[in-house]
Design a protein around this ligand. Structure first.
Ligand SMILES: [Zn+2]
Length: 345
């Protein structure tokens, strides 16, 4: 049997690097420094800052950057700069031939423009979900299934504590809560990330509330981009701080002294940290993560983000699938996979 070589997957101080045949593929630069191995290719899953903020330290003219048109438009609106000749636009369903490897692109169901990637090498494919949501929402279609022998998966909520109720139930509960607050004379303030959650909250307010909806400038900016790319309206809304229901980002926490305001927070973390709100997340909850892994049937799983250690142990123990995680971001740990052996070194 010929030696097919090895793949080295590492978490660096600025994104995850996949190294194969002296080629470095950098996934989602998230750090504040350059990386020791210059990337040959950069893949951007989506435009949230914790996936792109390291771009300026690793992107140099001549390095190809693969991302969706939506992600590019959002990044441009936020002041990120990429040379047009270096940008390769992709969309779910695309397959690219890049010499030693093929790249397949999938919908991640997370926010506008979010993509997942499968890097296909001879005899082995590496799937990367970025942030993903394996459930339909009012504004996004659930994540696609993909081919992946090695699966790097979003484990932000990879713990049974975060078994979110189905979205249709959550929507009913939110509708009822908004109705009660408004009937009692309150002005609900719906708080969530401006990019992603802001668009879902705009749509929720429009569908569930009769009255004036006001959003922050930042939410409006992402709403406009969503509406442009999806050729569909999120509903009627104004920009400002007065209305029957207000939609704010998470940063804007002041109540402006109005005793009629009632803040509701929309995030998976409300389960852990409490407060008034709903666990409406743009990520898959625990049960959806498990469902996704079971359907993909990978040989090897690398859970990423907050609950990676727990999910790694669970997958190994309960499902008998090999798994490993990177641990802290600063240790630059490398996971080596031997292609001929189809296993770890
Ligand atoms: Zn995200």
């Amino acid at each position: 049997m010929s030696d097919m070589g090895q793949i080295i997957i590492s978490q660096t101080n600025n994104g995850i690097v996949i190294r194969y045949k002296n080629k470095n593929i950098l996934l989602d630069p998230d750090g504040k420094e350059s990386v020791s191995n210059k990337p040959d290719l950069i893949l951007i899953s989506h435009a949230h800052s914790d996936h792109v903020r390291g771009l300026k330290y690793v992107y140099k003219r001549g390095v190809k950057v693969i991302l969706s048109r939506e992600t590019y438009a959002i990044l441009s609106s936020l002041g990120y700069k990429l040379h047009s000749q270096d940008v390769i636009f992709v969309k779910p369903g695309d397959e690219l031939d890049l010499g030693d490897l093929r790249l397949s692109v999938y919908n991640a169901g997370h926010i506008l423009g979010s993509c997942m990637f499968s890097i296909e090498l001879p005899r082995v494919s590496i799937g990367y979900t970025g942030d993903f949501n394996f459930e339909d929402t009012l504004i996004t279609r659930r994540a696609d299934l993909m081919d992946a022998d090695i699966l790097l998966i979003d484990a932000t909520y990879g713990h049974p504590l975060f078994s979110f109720p189905p979205r249709d139930i959550l929507y009913k509960l939110i509708k009822e809560s908004l109705k009660q607050l408004i009937e009692a004379g309150f002005i609900p303030i719906l708080r969530g990330y401006s990019l992603g959650k802001g668009q879902e909250l705009t749509r929720i307010a429009y569908d569930f509330v009769k009255g004036i909806i006001s959003v922050t400038k930042e939410v409006a900016r992402f709403n406009k981009l969503y509406e442009f790319f999806n050729k569909s309206s999120l509903g009627n809304y104004l920009v400002g701080a007065s209305g029957d229901v207000l939609i704010w980002g998470l940063k804007r926490a002041r109540e402006l002294g109005n005793t009629r305001f009632r803040k509701l927070t929309f995030s998976g973390w409300t389960i852990k940290y409490g407060g008034r709100g709903f666990p409406l997340s743009s990520h898959s909850g625990f049960t959806k993560i498990i469902d996704y892994i079971a359907r993909i049937e990978p040989d090897f799983v690398i859970p990423l983000y907050s609950n990676a250690p727990f999910l790694t142990r669970l997958i190994q123990k309960e499902f008998g699938i090999k798994a490993d995680f990177f641990g802290s971001k600063t240790n630059n740990r490398e996971i080596m996979y031997n292609i001929s052996l189809r296993g770890l070194l």
